[in-house]
Design a protein around this ligand. Structure first.
Ligand SMILES: Cc1ncc(COP(=O)(O)O)c(C=O)c1O
Length: 345
């Protein structure tokens, strides 16, 4: 399929000092905010691609930039799944968008549940796999469990799964484990997803990445919107890439706080289990998740109630905050009264 060829693909407004740009029906007066925003994004995308590729020791043709990694998930499904014919495989409990986007594409969703200790079940994956299985979504560290997948399991899937294996590394930076990006050259059926939304602290700019074989990246580029990542996002991403040390430092603080909070929570009466986490959140099993969730809300603390997720009965997912926020959370959970009932509105 030939992609839409945009004006800014042909000529970049970044060099507008040397050109009169009358090709894209923009406002040449510059608009109310910043003249750089009057132009469709062009060369800036290439700069960000190159910077990211360099930092991962990849070629830019192995990198896709999307409006969050959610866009990459959506485009992978649209590129590879024939509606009503093909299926995708997820390993619940896991990130909800795989199933949401798959439903939109009318993919059959097959579930290979994790074991109760949140280890993967290779046999369950292969049992539900057939020739119509186009995508296998692996999430490591997994949302909402915080567990990383063992290398041997990922290898087995890469060897045996007949379709594309998507390894979502949204939380990889918190795991201390090496990214699978360094092994892309070994596996043309591997797609690695990463994002600026977590460790990079830039969820608001919506920038996600897919790393894969150039052929697959080309397919994603062919079907994306021509200007799917906007100029402000690209400018801010370049700024962030110049300040990587801040990201590194904050990541260390978050990991330290995670360990401190996990330790402290494990001795609170209503807490039954704190699952080991390699991400920037903790999955915590409590006596009554719905009640504690409501209690925390009334105390001004918003966490995620995962009580209805498979294998997550009575579990709350708690993002690691700043030390004072974590202290506040701890204090509230410690003070949760045995006989507490939510106030009627
Ligand atoms: C596992 C996982 N993948 C992807 C995303 C979405 O990332 P983005 O903000 O890049 O769309 C999230 C967000 O919570 C996530 O938990």
């Amino acid at each position: 399929m030939a992609p839409y060829s945009s004006a800014r693909d042909e000529f970049d407004a970044g060099n507008s000092a040397h050109k009169i740009m009358l090709d894209a029906n923009e406002n040449s007066f510059g608009g109310p905010i910043d003249a750089s925003l009057a132009r469709y994004p062009g060369g800036l995308r290439k700069q960000v691609l190159q910077r990211i590729a360099n930092s991962k020791t990849l070629n830019p043709n192995q990198v896709f930039l999307g409006n969050g990694s959610d866009e990459a998930i959506d485009l992978l499904l649209r590129a590879l799944v024939r509606p009503g014919q093909d299926n995708i495989i997820i390993m619940p409990p896991t990130y909800g968008m795989y199933a949401v986007q798959a439903q939109i594409q009318q993919a059959e969703i097959r579930s290979a549940w994790q074991n109760p200790d949140f280890s993967p079940n290779a046999e369950a994956v292969l049992r539900v796999t057939d020739q119509q299985s186009k995508l296998l979504f692996l999430c490591s560290p997994n949302n909402p469990t915080g567990t990383s997948l063992p290398e041997s399991f990922i290898l087995e899937m890469l060897e045996k799964f007949p379709g594309i294996v998507v390894l979502d590394e949204a939380y990889q930076e918190f795991s201390g484990k090496e990214s699978w990006i360094s092994r892309l050259h070994e596996f043309p059926n591997l797609v690695v997803l990463q994002t600026f939304s977590k460790a990079w602290g830039l969820a608001g700019i919506r920038l996600g990445m897919a790393f894969a074989h150039p052929f697959l990246i080309q397919v994603l580029n062919n079907i994306r919107y021509p200007y799917n990542v906007n100029t402000s996002t690209l400018q801010l991403a370049l700024q962030a890439l110049d300040n990587q040390q801040i990201v590194e430092n904050q990541k260390q603080y978050i990991i330290q706080e995670r360990e401190r909070l996990a330790h402290a929570l494990s001795s609170v009466k209503v807490v039954e289990k704190v699952y080991p986490s390699e991400a920037n959140f903790l999955l915590v099993k409590v006596q009554n998740a719905d009640a504690l969730y409501q209690y925390l809300l009334q105390n001004g603390l918003v966490v995620r109630n995962r009580n209805k997720e498979p294998l997550c009965q009575n579990c709350l997912r708690i993002t690691i905050g700043r030390p004072e926020e974590n202290d506040q959370l701890l204090k509230s959970i410690q003070s949760f009264p045995n006989n507490w009932l939510p106030q009627k509105a």
